[in-house]
Design a protein around this ligand. Structure first.
Ligand SMILES: [Zn+2]
Length: 319
């Protein structure tokens, strides 16, 4: 018997929740608690109750957070929720409906509103392709690039950053006070062991809607931010991702991810195989295209998977 969710703390205000889902995505959910404001910021919401694999404990994310994060901070239930979507993939929006129903503010990137419009969401979220119901919610706030997020009139000291590449709507969040960057699925490390002892091995993944050149530009943008924040500061910026990585030094890891991208584009990372979109992720299909899987031998930090046509994009400039 394994848990449906696990919870741990990554810094003074923020908890990491991992969803033990049947697609083996094991998405990372972050909950930042503003005790004085009675506001909880939820960064992503996992795969949703119906897609849970773990059999122990609560399956509804909101109830889990109420019981395991907020009740320990304060024994009352009058919390206001602000949910941030790092992007619209099914393993990141699955638990959003209960928050939306409860009147939560729902924030998503304003970079490409059409990509996440109700008519495009079932396809672009891959909910349809993985046979899960597309959650019903309305984005109540489309964040601009470099926008400070507010709840009512309170500055949350969170800055939204457009980081298109994995998807057009990819959104990173910089927590100014904690000096923590939430990067979504733009990049993450390859290997992780879940708290319930299950091993995960995940490539940095480009779905058909991914864009190589935007991804490269977004990594450089995050690196510029991280470097300027690190300058003259003893407390280095840390980074937390949508899978596998919740606490790493941001500048160093971004440097390594950019270098890895350059090596993939230059043909210097071993191509393990090519596989059709239906075999890329368990339980669903990423479409009809062929994908390439790059993974050097040994216990390397990153691997990558992208549509075959990216090979052409690699020729026209690298990171
Ligand atoms: Zn994703």
């Amino acid at each position: 018997m394994t848990p449906t969710y696990t919870v741990s703390r990554i810094n003074a205000t923020t908890h990491l929740i991992i969803h033990n889902d049947k697609f083996l995505e094991f998405p990372y959910i972050y909950v930042k608690v503003y005790d004085n404001l009675k506001v909880a910021v939820i960064i992503d919401t996992g795969c949703g109750a119906k897609s849970t694999k773990g059999t122990r404990g609560q399956t509804n994310l909101k109830t889990f957070i109420d019981d395991n994060v907020l009740s320990t901070s304060r024994g009352t239930k009058n919390w206001t929720f602000l949910v941030i979507c790092t992007h619209c993939h099914f393993d990141h929006i699955g638990g959003i409906e209960s928050f939306a129903k409860d009147g939560a503010t729902i924030v998503a990137s304003g970079y490409d509103k059409y990509f996440i419009s109700p008519e495009n969401l079932p396809q672009n979220s891959f909910c349809k392709a993985f046979g899960v119901d597309t959650p019903k919610y309305k984005v109540t706030h489309f964040a601009d690039d470099n926008e400070h997020l507010f709840q009512n009139d309170n500055d949350l000291d969170l800055i939204a950053l457009h980081t298109p590449g994995h998807t057009p709507d990819s959104l990173a969040i910089y927590d100014v006070k904690e000096r923590w960057l939430f990067a979504g699925d733009t990049f993450y490390q390859r290997a992780a062991t879940m708290p319930w002892a299950e091993e995960q091995d995940v490539p940095i993944l480009f779905p058909p809607q991914g864009n190589w050149h935007n991804w490269c530009a977004s990594l450089e943008k995050l690196l510029r931010l991280s470097k300027s924040e690190d300058a003259g500061n003893e407390k280095m910026l840390r980074v937390a991702c949508g899978h596998a990585t919740s606490d790493a030094l941001a500048t160093a890891m971004l440097d390594r991810a950019i270098d890895f991208g350059k090596r993939v584009a230059a043909g210097k990372v071993r191509e393990v195989m090519r596989l059709p979109g239906k075999d890329v992720a368990p339980g669903g299909s990423l479409g009809d295209e062929m994908f390439v899987y790059w993974h050097d031998e040994g216990d390397v930090e990153f691997s990558m998977m992208a549509p075959e046509r990216f090979l052409k994009d690699f020729e026209t400039g690298t990171v």
